[in-house]
Write a new protein. Structure first.
Length: 94
């Protein structure tokens, strides 16, 4: 019996069980989406490298905004890098 391994695993198992039982982290159905539900805040980071991904970034943003169902408001941050100014930057700023 590996005592050190058992002792090290007990806190991890306890944290896992606590996370499973935390009501604010439980999945919810569309019928339960309301402002009174105790859920953590959410920030979605959308990293991209613009010269390569400029053709898909707008559809990805649209997908997140229309398909993400979360019971509270959330932030969407598009963080990108580009070696030169691109036309898409103007559209994203609007």
């Amino acid at each position: 019996c590996n005592v050190a391994g058992t002792v090290a695993a007990v806190p991890a198992v306890g944290a896992f069980v606590k996370r499973l039982l935390d009501p604010s982290l439980q999945p919810w159905s569309d019928s339960e989406l309301d402002d009174d539900l105790p859920v953590p805040s959410l920030t979605v980071l959308l990293p991209c490298y613009m010269p390569n991904e400029q053709t898909i970034v707008e559809s990805t943003i649209e997908h997140v905004l229309t398909q993400l169902h979360y019971p509270r408001g959330y932030s969407l941050i598009c963080c990108y890098n580009t070696p030169r100014p691109l036309e898409i930057e103007t559209r994203l700023a609007d």
